[in-house]
Write a protein that binds this ligand. Sequence first.
Ligand code: FES
Length: 111
Amino acid sequence: CMSEEKNLTYLVDTVDVPVESGYQVKITGRSPIGVFKLGDNFYAIDDTCTHGNFSLCEGLIFDGQVECSLHAGAFDIRTGAATDLPCVIPLKTYPVTVKDGKVYADIDNAE
Ligand code: FES
């Protein structure tokens, strides 16, 4: 991995991330990020579906994936891969750090 120093941005408290869907974080000057929880792990991915302009945090989580509510496409929350049509373009994912009950991500360094 990169040895560069991470530039961590606070996203949300761990207790505020729902289990069944994502938590949308609006960030000035860029598209929003979705924080998702799978088991004990947290993931930060682009919140905007790559098929249309729709928030994935409005969709439901199933099998480690999030289903877009607009046309029922889906993405793997861990990798950002598009897993169901009509979605074909992957989402960007961001390295997450959890510390003292807070979720941070390096939002300038998509993986
Ligand atoms: Fe998400 Fe079409 S906008 S599947």
